[in-house]
Each structure stands twice: as C-alpha cells, then as structure tokens.
Design a protein around this ligand. Structure first.
Ligand code: MRU
Length: 347
C-alpha cells in the first residue's frame, strides 16, 4: 500500500474545482480513510486535530491551502481581503512547524497569476519534498555507517517521520528505510509518543508495511534502552531547526538526546531544508504549541486522571545544538555539537 498523506484531487471538490485529499491520521492504523477538504475551515480543523500532521506534510497543506482559499473565495464571492485572511488562518493553524508558514509563503506570491499557477507550484513543492527526503536519507545513512561499526544497526526513533509526515518517503524514517534497503537494520525501537501515539499508531504501521523489524516501547523506556546499550544511535525528525542547530521536535525528543549524549552514541536530526529557519539564531524563540490538557488526562476518550487534575501538554521540545551530533538535510550533513552550524551548509 502506498501511503500518500496529502495530495490535490482535481475532481473531488464542489463545482469541480478540486480539493485536498488527506489520509485521516486520527483513525490510523485501524481505519484507512481519506478526508476530502475544500473549505478553509475544514482544512484548519484537519490540521488542528492532526488529521494531517508532520512538518513537511504541513508544508504541502499550507501550499494547497492557498488554492483552497482561492477556490472557496471564488465560490462564495469573497473579496481579496477575505481570501487573504483565510490564507492567514491556514498559515497560523499550528505554530511550531515552520514548514506550514513556509509552504504558504512559497506559493502566496503567485496568487496574482491565478489559482492554476498556485496549484502547479504547490504540486511542485510536494514533488521536491520527496526528492529532498530521499537525498537526505541517503546522506544521513552514509554519515551513520561511516561512524558505527556493526553489520546491522539497532536504533531508536521518536514520533512519526515517514510517508505520513511528508509528501513521501520520510525524513528520520527515510534514513531508516534507506538503511533497511542496504540490509543494515537489526531492530528499530519506536517510542509510542504520548499523548497522541504517533509512534505506536503511525511509525509502527509504516515499519510493519515495509517489513522492518521493530518493537514499540513506552516513551519512558527510551533513556533506559539507550543506557543499557541496546541501540547504536537515535534518529528523529524536526519541526523547526534554528541556525545554530537547536531543533524543535515532538515532546520527549530532548530526553532521547540527553540519554544519547550520556551513552556517547550519535543523536541525528533528519529534516529537509524547508524545516531549517535561519531567521532564528537559536531555538529560544521557537513557539511551542500547547495543546489541550484533556489529551493527557484521558486515554482514548476515557478519563484516567482525577477530574480535578489539569493536564500540561506542550507538544514539542527544543533539543539544544550541543546535544545534536548531526543534522542530515538534502544539502549535506551539519554537525552542530562540533560547532558546525546550519549556515555551513546553507545555499
Ligand atoms: O504533532 P505532530 O505529529 O505534527 O509532530 C510531528 C513531529 O514532531 C515530527 O517528528 C516532525 O514534524 C518531523 S516529520 C518528518
């Protein structure tokens, strides 16, 4: 089964104008069903509930969201200001992954050339994301294999960074796929990734489909797995990488990085260049999305904490550059811990 997290369907929308087609990731792995979205409200809601998620996939959602706003504006007779406000709502639907705003900003200047020009650019952006992911995966795998002397590697990953989080292939999961294609994977430890279980539901689903040996563990097991010497490295994705190599990613990533440093094994961040935000010198200014506490105090819709207890639910953390051995991008691999920042591989 080929998993395409997000695409444009030319015929699915009202009035034959087309629509965004998403795999509804809130229902995976049990139910594989598409959600067709042809209004700004619905796209913003799909982003907010994580029906579409993962930084590079959000970049595609942002770009295609501009087409949705233009089509909706034409259908509803909106003036220019209202269409631009709708585009802004898509751009701001989630704050941490820079790719969402980046995707909007890549195509927005083309609005004056008409929706077909915007749609073509959005489709091109999706194609370029897959190419970037394949290249960064190749470079990331080369970097790891040059440093770890074992026939087959054992590794830990956190959250979901595969086809479901991108336009195709994946970032950290792309590196894992590349290593698997080279027959160099022994076992993947996939953190379940509380509270929305992107690891248990989505990463395990993708690993299972590809026949990559894996186990799912609770997030709280990660440090122990690393210090017990059960893994050779960790690889994760990112939602925003500052110029110095500070990297925002799913909450729990920082603990993985700290354990890797203590165990003296490589901690790699794998991300396309669209996730790099050179306007931020370091990660101190990265806005961390705070989600509803209900996601913490209940499980599968069942309240588990006392009614009076509030949940604290930051969705991301920032791993400081001093803990990041490598950032694998399609432009090359930077080594922030050794003082090599992202400018060193910038275009
Ligand atoms: O809240 P999510 O599921 O959108 O968070 C996703 C992550 O943190 C991923 O690790 C990151 O976006 C990289 S995806 C290639």
């Amino acid at each position: 089964m080929t998993l395409t997290a997000i695409s444009w369907d030319d015929t699915a929308g009202r009035d034959g104008r087309g629509a965004v087609r998403l795999i509804d990731q809130t229902l995976l792995p049990g139910t594989v069903v598409d959600r067709v979205t042809d209004t700004t409200d619905d796209l913003v809601e799909a982003i907010a509930v994580l029906a579409v998620r993962g930084a590079p996939a959000l970049g595609v959602a942002g770009a295609m969201g501009v087409v949705v706003a233009m089509d909706e504006g034409a259908r509803e007779g909106w003036d220019e200001a209202r269409i631009q406000a709708a585009v802004d709502r898509v751009r701001n639907a989630r704050p941490t992954a820079v790719n969402l705003a980046w995707g909007v900003d890549q195509v927005r200047p083309l609005m004056g050339h008409g929706r077909d020009a915007v749609l073509a650019a959005a489709r091109q952006l999706a194609g370029e994301d897959e190419a970037a992911n394949r290249e960064l995966s190749r470079l990331g795998a080369d970097w790891l294999l040059a440093r770890i002397d074992r026939p087959r590697l054992r590794l830990l990953t956190h959250c979901n960074t595969g086809s479901l989080a991108t336009s195709a292939w994946g970032t950290a999961l792309g590196v894992i796929r590349e290593l698997h294609a080279r027959d160099r994977i022994e076992l993947v430890y996939a953190d379940e990734t509380r509270p929305l279980l992107q690891g248990a539901r989505l990463t395990a689903f993708e690993l299972e489909q590809d026949g990559i040996p894996h186990v799912v563990q609770v997030d709280g097991a990660a440090a122990s797995t690393i210090l017990r010497g059960l893994v050779d490295f960790a690889v994760v994705g990112a939602d925003r990488i500052a110029a110095n190599g500070d990297a925002a990613n799913k909450i729990g990533t920082l603990g993985v990085a700290l354990a890797c440093r203590d165990a003296e094994i490589p901690f790699m961040v794998a991300a396309p260049w669209s996730t790099v935000d050179l306007s931020m010198a370091d990660g101190s200014g990265i806005e961390i999305e705070e989600r509803s506490g209900d996601e913490i105090t209940s499980l599968g819709g069942v309240q588990v904490a006392p009614e009076g207890s509030a949940g604290f639910n930051p969705a991301f953390d920032v791993t400081p550059a001093r803990l990041v051995d490598a950032v694998a991008t399609e432009r090359g691999v930077a080594e922030p811990r050794s003082g090599q920042d992202l400018w060193s591989i910038a275009p």
